[in-house]
Every structure is written in structure tokens, then in C-alpha cells.
Design a protein around this ligand. Structure first.
Ligand SMILES: *Cc1c(COP(=O)(O)O)cnc(C)c1O
Length: 381
């Protein structure tokens, strides 16, 4: 089955043997009757498993070409489960330009339990090798990165991980499997904040893991059930519905992204545009090799790097909503220095490029002429 068919039908066989409903029913139940102790019909308790969630988990597996899918109550809950594979003393090598919540989870929660994290630049994957020790158990990659849109070569990371027997996990939230399938490139685990493009409508918080290795899947299922950060049946239904249009939404996100990146690149008031589809992007060739298209996430900096001007621009936008998050049908704008990255000291954030005037756009699927007109009036000339 090809991707566009999988987005609609993947894992969706026999979801309702009772009435043949086309969409999986929302099984709003915590428990299931048993005819005799242990005599159940496949489900015992909804933390351990729920038929609506199970349908979603099969769909998750299908779109990433994975054997196993697991759904969690948020993207961070999914990451939390992956780090719980580790023990005190184990080491993780992670991308340095990382989703802020992931960085907080690693440093404020798991460092206390004795897991050691190395945050490094991975745009040159060879850089990873010097941090590998006998204790390295996991390489954590985010690509494209947030908000700088750096691209990391997943194949090159997979080679290093395989050579040293390390698990490679990729946060595929920004790209989605429509654009990039890390398991096919050699990764062991794919993670998503399904809150973003997979759900696609800014109405659900959810996380996902997809993988092929059976023993790793057993361990992660054990953690999912033992720690209990599962998602409910209503949210599972909403994300199943969102997935069915993932390919058409992504196609439009990419088209609009391309037009807006081109518009911003030519704007006299703009100094720098970060979008992996631009030829001048430092890792454009890697992006071309591992992604089918370049997505709708764009960051840019105005000339003069003026904090107040950036605030004025995001406040003046009318169609773009000033908000955190991304990946929904509606366009959003954010100012990382005062929003998502405000807790990182100025010198630290500027090292990775998050300067005062950086603005991040999640380009939605509205008419691109309206989006460009909105940017035009907000940026001025
Ligand atoms: C939002 C996000 C997360 C965290 O997911 P939640 O669903 O908000 O818990 C992790 N990684 C990336 C890249 C994200 O954008």
C-alpha cells in the first residue's frame, strides 16, 4: 500500500465487527466484562489496552512502515517512555537544538535519576562518534530542528548507532512520515508529538512511538502500561480522523511553505530565512536526500536583529495567530526568544541561533495569497 492509502486505511481492518461502522467506535470504557476470570475478549482494562486506541496504534505503525505503534497522552509522555528504557549511569547523545520540553525532561527529570545527556551539534554526524562511550545507550535526534530548521543526516546517525550497538530514536514531529520515514533510513524508534501534524487540527495533545524490533516494543509496551501515560478513546478517535487527511494537508503545508520561504527570502527587511527547501540552507542536500518535500515550518530574522520589532511583527499579524504549537491547519506565528525559549539565557540561546528577532511560522493550509498579504502588512517595508 502506498502512503496516501495507508493514511486512510492503514491498520483499519475489521474495526467494528458488530455493525461494520466505517470509523472505529469510541469505546468510552475503563473495563471489560469477563465470562470467567481471565476469560476476556482481548481487553481487560483501558490503561493496558482500549479498542479505539488499538486502532490508532495500528494506524500509527502503518504510516511509519513500522510493525508496532504505541499511543501516549502527550509527545513528552512518549519520550519519557523511551528514556525509561535506560538505567542510572547510562548515557544519551542528543541533538542540541532541541524541543524545549524535551530538553527540560532530560535535564530536570532524568538527570536526577543518574542518566547522563550530551547535547551536541549533529549537522555533521561524524561529530557524534567522539561522544560515544561504553555507557552510551541512546542517540536522540530531532530533524528538522526547532526552531532553527537544522537538518541531521539520519542514515549517517544510523550507521554510527549500528556500529556501536546503540538505539537510535528520531523525533519526527516536524517532518511527519509523509516527508520522512526514519525507520526506513535505519532508525530504531520514531517518536511524534501527534499534537502537531498527525492530529493536525490543534484540538488534541498526544504522543506516539513507532518501531520494528519486537523485544524493544515489548519493553515499551510494558512501560506504557506500567507508567500509565496513555491517551483516552475520544482523543484516539480525533487523531484517527486527523490522520486520514495527513497527506493532503502536508501537500498544502509544503506548497504554502515554499511560496512563503521564497517571499521572505526576497524581502528587503529580512536578513535570513531558515527553511530546508532553500538551496542556500547548509544541509539542503541532506534534506533533499531524506525528505520528500520540505514542510511548512519556517523561521526568519529581520535586518538589525531588533527584539521590539519582532514583537511588533508577531502582534500585527492577523491571519497568523500568535501562539505556541504548530502543525495545525491554521497558520501560527511565534517569537521563540520571548515564548518557547524564554527560559534559556540569552547567551545560550544565541549560540544555537535563537536571536532576539527570530520569528517562527507554522504555515497552515489557508490561501497562500492571504498569508503573504498578512506578512506583508505586518513586516512593513
Ligand atoms: C510539541 C513537541 C514535542 C512535545 O510534544 P507534546 O505533545 O507537546 O507533549 C516534542 N517534540 C517536538 C519537536 C514538538 O514540536
Amino acid at each position: 500500500m502506498k502512503f496516501n492509502t495507508k493514511a486512510i486505511h492503514g491498520g483499519q481492518h475489521d474495526v467494528d465487527p458488530a455493525y461494520g461502522s466505517v470509523m472505529p467506535p469510541i469505546y468510552q470504557t475503563s473495563t471489560y466484562s469477563q465470562s470467567t476470570p481471565g476469560g476476556h475478549k482481548g481487553f481487560e482494562y483501558s490503561r493496558s489496552g482500549n479498542p479505539t486506541r488499538a486502532a490508532l496504534e495500528r494506524a500509527f505503525a502503518s504510516i511509519e512502515n513500522a510493525k508496532y505503534g504505541l499511543a501516549f497522552g502527550s509527545g513528552l509522555a512518549a519520550i519519557d517512555a523511551v528514556i525509561k528504557l535506560l538505567k542510572p549511569g547510562d548515557e544519551v547523545i542528543s541533538t542540541n537544538d532541541l524541543y524545549g520540553g524535551t530538553y527540560r525532561l532530560f535535564t530536570k527529570i532524568f538527570e536526577q535519576f543518574g542518566v547522563k545527556f550530551h547535547f551536541i551539534g549533529m549537522e555533521n554526524a561524524e561529530n557524534i562518534e567522539q561522544f560515544v562511550t561504553a555507557k552510551t545507550k541512546l542517540i536522540w535526534v530531532e530533524t528538522p530542528t526547532n526552531p532553527m530548521m537544522n537538518i541531521i543526516d539520519i542514515r549517517a546517525c544510523a550507521e554510527i548507532a549500528k556500529k556501536h550497538g546503540i538505539i537510535l530514536a528520531v523525533d519526527n514531529t516536524f517532518a511527519t512520515p509523509y516527508l520522512q520515514r526514519p525507520l526506513d533510513l535505519g532508525a530504531d524508534i520514531v517518536m511524534h508529538s501527534a499534537t502537531k501534524y498527525l492530529g493536525g487540527h490543534s484540538d488534541v495533545v498526544m504522543g506516539a512511538l513507532m518501531l520494528n524490533d519486537e523485544s524493544l516494543a515489548d519493553k515499551l509496551y510494558f512501560i506504557q502500561n506500567a507508567s500509565g501515560a496513555v491517551c483516552g478513546p475520544q482523543d484516539s478517535f480525533l487523531v484517527l480522523r486527523g490522520l486520514k487527511t495527513l497527506h493532503v494537508r502536508m501537500q498544502r503545508h509544503c506548497e504554502n511553505g515554499k511560496h512563503i520561504a521564497a517571499y521572505l527570502s526576497k524581502h528587503p527587511k529580512i536578513e535570513q530565512v531558515y527553511w530546508p527547501g532553500l538551496e542556500e540552507h547548509p544541509n539542503h542536500e541532506v534534506a533533499k536526500a531524506q525528505m520528500n518535500d520540505f514542510g511548512g515550518m519556517i523561521s526568519f530574522v529581520t535586518i538589525g536583529n531588533n527584539y521590539d520589532e519582532a514583537i511588533r511583527i508577531v502582534e500585527n499579524l492577523k491571519i497568523f495567530t500568535l501562539a505556541e504549537s504548530l502543525g495545525g491547519v491554521e497558520s501560527l506565528a511565534g517569537h521563540p526568544a520571548s515564548m518557547t525559549h524564554a527560559s534559556i539565557p540569552k547567551e545560550e540561546r544565541e549560540k544555537t541561533g535563537v536571536v532576539d528577532a527570530l520569528i517562527r511560522l507554522s504555515v497552515g493550509i489557508e490561501d497562500v495569497d492571504d498569508l503573504i498579504a498578512d506578512l506583508e502588512q505586518a513586516i512593513g517595508n
